[in-house]
Design a protein around this ligand. Structure first.
Ligand code: AP5
Ligand code: ZN
Length: 214
């Protein structure tokens, strides 16, 4: 199964990706997590990406397209994959089509901007695994610690309110057009497109995903 998760920053892509990955045994390809790992490792890519990400802007299409093409060609993607955070612009989606990287499902999580700003203020992440928590809505078993490894949880550098607002503006301008892009492909029968109410409880969304994906 090949899936794209679409949605604004903080819409819950990473949260639901953990559920889909564990349920359907397909790897999560989070371009944001890949970039954060590159920053941590101090690679050339990481050095380029850090400033851009901290400013809430998008890394260039060329870099992102190259990164994803390489990643989906790896062995663990042969039975499917889950794209979280890619494509994020029309050129990225076109590049996927041109490369013949087809998908079965495009799932969009719809959440209003003000709800997102609130969510980001309480987000905590486990960088090693990509697991995501919220101090109130999805708290870890032990405060500040990852449930599986017990390691420290962190606040992301781009979760300051000012940066979140910038990321939301860029989402509306550059990523949201992908909703009608994939709706059109769905009308042609090339993909299945579903929009989900992302403000429901995390478990309610799990349930809906199970029904949609089978
Ligand atoms: P990326 O890491 O992809 O960030 P994003 O798309 O902005 O999305 P987030 O990770 O912030 O949110 P999410 O939807 O995963 O929500 P989450 O589940 O964490 O990208 C970061 C940056 O990298 C970009 O800004 C860009 O610079 C660069 N980049 C990445 N990909 C790129 C690309 N393709 N092209 C160019 N640049 C790229 O949930 C958020 C919070 O809400 C958590 O605290 C969670 O616990 C809570 N929550 C989740 N669901 C619910 C719920 N149903 N109810 C209540 N709380 C919930
Ligand atoms: Zn995420």
């Amino acid at each position: 199964m090949r899936i794209i998760l679409l949605g604004a920053p903080g819409a819950g892509k990473g949260t639901q990706a953990q559920f889909i990955m564990n349920t359907y045994k397909i790897p999560q390809i989070s371009t944001g997590d890949m970039l954060r790992a590159a920053i941590k490792a101090g690679t050339e890519l990481g050095k380029k990406a850090k400033q851009v990400m901290d400013a809430g802007q998008l890394v260039s299409d060329d870099i992102m397209i190259g990164l994803v093409k390489e990643r989906v060609a790896l062995d663990d993607c042969k039975n499917g994959f889950l794209l979280d955070g890619f494509p994020r612009t029309i050129p990225q989606a076109d590049a996927m089509q041109e490369a013949g990287i087809d998908v079965d499902f495009v799932l969009e999580f719809d959440v209003a901007d003000d709800v997102i700003v609130q969510r980001m203020a309480g987000r905590r992440v486990h960088p090693g695994s990509g697991r995501v928590y919220h101090v109130e809505y999805n708290p870890p078993q032990v405060e500040g610690k990852d449930d599986v490894t017990g390691e420290d949880l962190l606040v992301r550098d781009d979760d300051k309110e000012e940066t979140v607002r910038k990321r939301l503006a860029i989402y509306h301008e550059q990523t949201e057009p992908l909703v009608s892009y994939y709706q059109k492909l769905a009308e042609q029968g090339t993909v299945k497109f579903h929009s989900l109410d992302g403000t429901q409880k995390v478990e309610a969304i799990h349930q809906q995903l199970s029904e949609l994906l089978g």
